[in-house]
Design a protein around this ligand. Structure first.
Ligand SMILES: *Cc1c(COP(=O)(O)O)cnc(C)c1O
Length: 381
């Protein structure tokens, strides 16, 4: 089988969990299994189950998070604005506009690909309500500085931690602190539910609003479903969405969560360490920087190919059947989000010209990564 850039790692255990829901429970929608998954995630992160709101995608988590924080902010006569690095999956930007807000594209630090706070500060306006840092390539780089910047400027923080489930910043798990933190459990993330995601809220009102909004804003519908009942005489006071997670997805997620610490994290870290060892100091290549105090579980392995050699390297890898990816085409270069760049984003555009994502997932063996590194080195020779 040829090498893959990324893939789901699922097997017998996930299949058994799904068939248990199908054959024994028989209720496929949002019920007891989702409740148990939320409890499991809460226990893993060391937070309360009421702080966890599971949904059907990471994008939905971001949408509900932005919508809930925006509901608490009052901006007169203008659409509320959210600061967000341009170097992210388009999901971050779409979630902001879905919530009726305006994404303001910010530059990134060239060494890490994460938000450049100084640049973000220059983009503040009276309409800015929130900042959405992205843990690019699973790097929670200086997240406390982002929280302090937000605090100082009266902003909410919706962290796009789609890459960062299982990571730690200064010993604290990503998702165990902050304001609102959003994870993705799509097919190729650090754990998967098939598709799926969740938000973790440190604001009870945001959690309550998002919990209702995922079920068409039917008040307390999630709590009733978890108790095995339904709302037959509900009230609805605002716009809501059909964003809830199903028991089938939760069954997969619970097994995946159980495999994370013993299997997925060591595997991703072992493979990333080989990349870092073999590619450190290679002429014409730069690794993205991480803080040695942080615990990074790489979801993707982007590296910088310097001096205009990116396409040449990609071509050599392709001839050896090694797939590469691009994370990401900056959002301000997409037609729909062109206006999000109010002034130039030089570091973002420079990185876009350099970044090549190399294969990384727990289905690879060390020998695969050695082969990729040898090919990269040969291409740069
Ligand atoms: C995967 C991802 C998302 C969205 O998650 P989905 O579950 O795919 O909707 C958001 N932001 C980033 C940076 C991602 O990688």
């Amino acid at each position: 089988m040829s090498m893959r850039l990324s893939r789901s790692i699922v097997g017998e255990a996930e299949a058994r969990a799904v068939s248990r829901v199908l054959l024994e429970d028989g209720y496929l929608g949002m019920g007891a299994e989702v409740c148990r998954f939320e409890e499991d995630v809460a226990r893993y992160l060391g937070v309360k189950p009421q702080q966890i709101v599971t949904v059907n995608t990471g994008t939905a988590a971001l949408h509900l998070a932005v919508e809930a924080v925006a509901a608490q902010c009052h901006v007169k006569g203008r659409q509320p604005e959210v600061l967000v690095p341009s170097l992210t999956f388009v999901a971050s930007f779409q979630a902001i506009t879905a919530a009726g807000c305006v994404p303001v594209a910010c530059d990134v630090l060239p060494d890490t690909g994460t938000l450049d706070i100084e640049d973000a500060a220059h983009r503040l306006t009276p309409a800015t309500i929130a900042v959405m840092p992205v843990d690019y390539a699973s790097n929670p780089w200086h997240i406390d500085d982002v929280l302090a910047f937000a605090h100082k400027n009266g902003l909410r923080v919706v962290e796009d931690a789609a890459h960062a489930f299982g990571c730690r910043s200064l010993g604290r798990k990503v998702g165990s602190f902050g304001d609102v933190v959003c994870f993705s459990f799509d097919g190729i993330k650090n754990i998967t539910c098939g598709e799926g995601g969740c938000l973790v809220s440190f604001d009870a009102e945001v959690a309550r609003m998002a919990s209702d909004a995922r079920l068409l804003s039917v008040e307390n519908d999630a709590q009733k479903r978890f108790a095995g009942t339904r709302s037959w005489d509900p009230d609805v006071k605002r716009q809501g969405w059909r964003y809830h997670m199903s028991n089938l997805m939760a069954a997969i997620g619970r097994v995946q969560l159980g495999r994370l610490e013993k299997e997925f994290i060591p595997s991703r870290r072992r493979l990333a360490a080989i990349y870092e060892q073999r590619l450190a100091g290679v002429n014409g290549l730069a690794l993205l920087k991480t803080d040695p105090e942080d615990f990074v579980v790489r979801h993707i392995m982007p590296v910088r190919i310097l001096r205009g050699r990116k396409d040449a390297v990609k071509k050599v890898l392709a001839t050896r059947d090694i797939p590469t990816g691009v994370h990401y085409k900056p959002n301000h270069l997409l037609s729909y989000f062109k206006k999000s760049a109010r002034s130039p984003l030089p570091a973002t555009e420079q990185l876009y010209n350099e970044l090549v994502t190399l294969p990384l997932h727990p289905g690879l063996i060390p020998q695969d990564v050695e082969e990729v590194c040898a090919a990269v080195r040969a291409a740069l020779d």
